[in-house]
Design a protein around this ligand. Structure first.
Ligand code: ATP
Ligand code: MG
Length: 246
C-alpha cells in the first residue's frame, strides 16, 4: 500500500534530511516511525502526502507516485489544525463540505463521529473552549469523516497529558482494529510506537535512514502495555535507537 524506495531528500539550502529510506507498509497495517529530532520524520510524511518531492527515490501509494490531494489519505498533525473561528461541528464537517457533501449527509456522518469521539454536546463550542485532547479529537473527526484508507500522523498526541494521550492511543488502536485503516504514525515515544505499530521503523540521526524495522506481532490489544512482551519490545526499540546515536 505504502512504499518508500531509496528516498533521499536534500532541501534547497543543502540540508540533507533523508538518505536511502526504504520500507513498505501493507494495506491495513499499522506502522510507527521513530527517530531522533531532526532526522527527517516530518519530511517523510510531507513526501508521502505529495507536498514535498523526494530528491532521489520514489514514494508510492498503491503502486502509484503520490500526488497532492489524494482522496483516501488523511493527514493529522500535532497542532490540530483547527480553525479558531469555526465551531466543533463546522471544523469536523469541513472536509465533507469541501468535497461537496450535502447538508443532511454531513450532519449524519459528523454527528455519529462526534458521538464516537465523546464530543456530543460540544458541537457549538469553539476550539479555544476545549481542552487539547478534545481539540485533537475534533481533528480526528474531521479526518475520519472522509473515510480515509490511509492515515499519516505526525506526533498527533505529543502535546497531550499522559492520561489523555493513553485514551487517544486506545481510540486509535480500536479504530485501526475496526476499520483496518493503513496507518503511518510518527512519534517520539517508544511506548507509543510499540503500542500502536505492528511494525516499528527506527530511523538514524539526520540524514535519517532506516536502522531497523522491528516486527511487533503481539501488539493489538488494549492490555498490551502491561505485558512482559511489551517491555521486551520497548527495550529492543530503545537499543536500536541508542545504537544509531553512537
Ligand atoms: N524547509 C526546510 N528547509 C531547509 N531545511 C529543512 C526544512 N524543513 C526541515 N529542514 C531540515 O531537515 C531536517 C529534518 O527535518 P524534519 O522536520 O523532517 O525532522 P523531524 O524528524 O520531523 O524532527 P522532529 O522530531 O523535531 O519533529 C532538519 O535538520 C531540518 O532542519
Ligand atoms: Mg517533525
Amino acid at each position: 500500500m505504502i512504499e518508500a524506495k531509496s528516498i533521499a531528500k536534500t532541501y534547497p539550502d543543502g540540508t540533507g534530511a533523508l538518505h536511502d529510506v526504504t520500507f513498505d507498509i501493507r494495506a491495513g497495517e499499522s506502522c510507527a516511525v521513530i527517530g531522533p529530532s531532526g532526522c527527517g520524520k516530518t519530511t517523510l510524511l510531507l513526501i508521502f502526502s505529495g507536498i514535498l518531492k523526494p530528491t532521489e527515490g520514489k514514494a508510492l501509494i498503491e503502486g502509484e507516485d503520490v500526488t497532492a490531494s489524494l482522496k483516501e489519505l488523511a493527514l493529522i498533525f500535532q497542532d490540530y489544525g483547527l480553525f479558531p473561528w469555526k465551531t466543533v461541528y463546522e471544523n469536523a464537517s469541513l472536509g465533507l463540505e469541501l468535497r461537496g457533501f450535502g447538508k443532511r449527509e454531513r450532519k449524519r456522518i459528523v454527528s455519529s463521529l462526534l458521538k464516537d469521539l465523546d464530543l456530543q454536546g460540544f458541537e457549538k463550542y469553539y476550539p479555544k473552549q476545549l481542552s487539547g485532547g478534545m481539540q485533537q479529537r475534533v481533528a480526528f473527526a474531521r479526518a475520519l469523516a472522509l473515510n480515509p484508507k490511509i492515515m499519516l500522523m505526525d506526533e498527533p498526541l505529543s502535546s497531550l497529558d499522559a492520561l489523555t494521550r493513553e485514551n487517544l492511543q486506545n481510540f486509535l488502536l480500536q479504530l485501526w482494529r475496526q476499520k483496518r485503516i493503513t496507518m503511518l504514525l510518527v512519534t517520539h515515544s517508544i511506548e507509543e510506537a510499540v503500542f500502536l505499530g505492528r511494525k516499528v521503523i527506527v530511523l538514524s540521526p539526520r540524514p535519517g535512514t532506516v536502522i531497523k524495522s522491528v516486527d511487533n506481532p503481539d501488539m493489538g490489544d488494549l492490555n498490551y502495555r502491561t505485558r512482559e512482551v511489551f517491555f521486551d519490545k520497548c527495550r529492543e526499540v530503545r537499543q536500536s535507537l541508542d545504537g544509531g546515536a553512537i
